[in-house]
Design a binder for this molecule. Structure first.
Ligand SMILES: Nc1ncnc2c1ncn2[C@@H]1O[C@H](COP(=O)(O)OP(=O)(O)OP(=O)(O)O)[C@@H](O)[C@H]1O
Length: 319
């Protein structure tokens, strides 16, 4: 394991923020800490980085107990949402900074910074100042700067959080590719489930200061440990007292074993997909189907349909 946080407890004043949190991060993985705002993600990341001291518990990096070590002695790279670049230094000098204070030879610094500039696709921007970069370029510079000193682990706190949706999407794909190239163990904080599913190979769901579940994106999405995780990871609807993913609902015009009668209330086209809103007795439910199926079934408001979870659907009883 590259990182092990064991039984971490942390309170700010009298407010507990992390309750007995244990997380393992495999070497070379790209792990997302995912959860709602205030769930304790940033605090856990800061405890791993050494920017916060836990009240109890242990942090190990590469099997060494670093719980009492200062951040600069933990060999971690850190990138925040709002990256504080040195404004009076060029992109090259910003990236070179960590190497310069470590008094590495000039030729080595030059070589390493140019490699990093290439890696983050900023080769043409070496002589610019941070103010002359876009937000996305600045975050890439921040990543290059964090990687320059070859940290054992890279910790990213909502690194793309302040950027607009399109740039964010591009940077997600870029982070995934970057990680495939450099394989440095990376933990990033996000409250965006789509981002976590798309980018990470492991997701740790953190809410109310507790780990709700951890596993591959596939595991947490398809095999959620509880209702909270199921609701947080993707859309859900209720069918006969169970939570189901709307794309796991089967619609037919005739009754089938285990199906329930429903009345179509609205049919909303969303490009290739169609959202079918229905009334089942006293309850509302919705299903997500392809346009082709909606057309074949002739779905329209007022029509009667029969619904049931598809045979391979994962469902959870609503307690
Ligand atoms: N330095 C601090 N002093 C007091 N309370 C704090 C401090 N830092 C965080 N908190 C509180 O701890 C709780 C968890 O915060 P944290 O930032 O870890 O959550 P988060 O999951 O990262 O949320 P977000 O996505 O909004 O950043 C919040 O209720 C927050 O107000």
């Amino acid at each position: 394991m590259a990182i092990e946080a064991r039984h971490i407890n942390k309170a700010f004043g009298t407010t507990p923020v992390l309750h007995d949190v244990s997380v393992e991060v495999a070497s070379g993985s790209l792990t997302a800490l995912l959860g709602p705002s205030g769930g304790g993600k940033s605090t856990l990341l800061r405890v791993i980085a050494g920017l916060e001291q836990p009240d109890s518990g242990t942090v190990l990096i590469s099997s060494n107990d670093v719980t009492r070590l200062a951040p600069q002695r933990r060999n971690v790279g850190f990138v925040f949402q709002h990256y504080a670049a040195f404004k009076h230094m060029t992109v090259f000098d910003n990236i070179a900074f960590g190497l310069q204070i470590r008094k590495r030879p000039k030729s080595e610094i030059h070589k390493r910074v140019h490699e990093l500039l290439e890696l983050v696709h900023l080769d043409q921007f070496a002589k610019r100042y941070p103010a002359q970069l876009s937000g996305g370029q600045r975050q890439r510079m921040a990543l290059a700067r964090a990687l320059a000193v070859e940290p054992e682990v890279l910790l990213l706190d909502e690194p793309f959080g302040a950027l607009d949706a399109q740039v964010r999407k591009e940077l997600r794909a870029w982070l995934r590719r970057l990680h495939d190239e450099v394989h440095v163990t990376t933990v990033f904080v996000t409250h965006d489930q789509e981002e976590a599913i798309e980018v990470a190979d492991t997701i740790v769901v953190l809410a109310g200061g507790r780990v709700e579940q951890s596993g591959s994106p596939h595991e947490v999405y398809d095999n959620p440990a509880n209702q909270f995780v199921m609701r947080f990871l993707g859309p859900v609807t209720e069918l006969d007292g169970r939570l189901v993913r709307p794309h796991d609902i089967e619609l037919t015009t005739e009754p089938e074993p285990g199906s329930t009668e429903a009345t179509v209330e609205r049919v909303v086209r969303l490009g290739f997909e169609v959202r079918v809103e229905m009334r089942l007795g006293e309850q509302d439910a919705w299903a997500q189907v392809t346009r082709g199926l909606a057309e074949r079934l002739g779905l329209a408001p007022g029509e009667t349909v029969h619904v049931r979870p598809s045979s391979d659907a994962r469902t959870l009883a609503i307690a």
